[in-house]
Ligand binder design. Structure first.
Ligand code: CIZ
Ligand code: SF4
Length: 303
């Protein structure tokens, strides 16, 4: 089947099965273009929950499809590629949280949304990279345990000096590869250009950037800025939306290493097969789902 016919088939199957197709900002352009909604993992899961679709096809990684299932237990949630995972999310287990708590009794456990449903079920509250500072401030405590991203943990610690953040030592293998020398190099080659990075980057990179934010925050920044030239320090898939929305602005990637192989696994063929065969379905234990929902709900209520 050629690509045009495949896209037609995908649209046809989607209508017939009353499905909604979600694509994360880091997906390949062809997937973003055929999706009903493109965005970050929380926005996608929340918007899909508000549709009357019977099925959600989540083009992203495993924890994101789990988040969609947590918010839409009555809908069938499908992750097209079974082994599209997030190495950072895999760096912490529910048992790790229980042990971490024993070492630091009394401090609430805050977990990044990049975690499995089981880990969310074990923590006190979830955060995204968009709302982390607001949520942690809103907790009104002087100490938190944060999992799994040490870089986002450091960022929170630096921005909120009154809160002691004890971080798990996980990290994103993609964002961690960016080197501060790469920022120094573009700064001297292109003085005045705005450098925007994701807080999953190492603190040595974050401290040299002009703006630090989630994918949604970076998209909003470029949309609203009067500047015309930007260097983007997050996964390359985001350039597709940025260039589509801002045809007259110059957008370049900070580092060629900003490619997440797990986010690139999903092809149009996979999406087509997923719609046809309804695989791979995300199934969660009821107790885990309810507890994970409580952690997400606390976050949504505070944000
Ligand atoms: O939660 C998401 O979608 C992730 C991992 C990144 C972001 O900044 O939106
Ligand atoms: Fe995980 Fe990093 Fe890939 Fe996001 S970019 S899915 S945090 S490995």
């Amino acid at each position: 089947m050629d690509q045009k016919a495949m896209i037609e088939e995908i649209k046809h199957l989607k209508e017939r099965k009353n499905a909604v197709i979600l694509a994360h900002n880091y997906q390949i352009p062809e997937i973003q273009d055929v999706a009903d909604i493109v965005g970050d993992s929380l926005k996608l899961s929340q918007e899909a929950a508000n549709t009357n679709a019977d099925m959600i096809i989540f083009c992203g990684v495993h924890f994101m499809a789990e988040s969609a299932k947590i918010l839409s237990p009555q809908k069938k949630v499908i992750l097209p590629v079974r082994d599209a995972g997030c190495p950072m999310a895999d760096m912490v287990t529910a048992e790790d949280i229980r042990n971490f708590r024993l070492q630091h009794p009394g401090a609430p456990v805050v977990c990044y949304v990049n975690t499995s449903a089981e880990v969310k079920a074990e923590c006190d509250i979830a955060v995204t990279s968009s709302n982390a500072l607001k949520i942690v401030k809103g907790l009104n405590v002087n100490k938190i345990l944060f999992m799994p991203d040490k870089n986002l943990g450091d960022y929170i610690n630096n921005q909120l000096p009154d809160v002691e953040v004890i971080s798990w030592q996980g990290y994103c293998i993609t964002h961690e590869r960016v080197k501060p020398e790469e920022i120094e190099k573009v700064r001297s080659a292109k003085p005045g250009v705005k450098i925007l990075v994701h807080p999953e980057c190492n603190p040595s990179v974050v401290k040299l950037a002009d703006f630090v934010g989630s994918t949604s925050a970076i998209i909003q920044y470029v949309r609203e800025s009067e500047d015309t030239s930007f260097i983007i320090g997050t996964e390359m898939g985001i350039l597709h939306t940025l260039r589509k929305e801002n045809p007259n602005k110059k957008l370049q990637l900070l580092s060629p290493s900003l490619i997440c192989y797990n986010m690139k696994k999903t092809t149009l063929e996979d999406l087509h097969r997923a719609l046809k065969e309804e695989t791979h379905e995300i199934v969660l234990d009821d107790t885990v789902r309810e507890k994970a929902y409580a952690s997400l709900k606390r976050m949504i209520d505070l944000s």
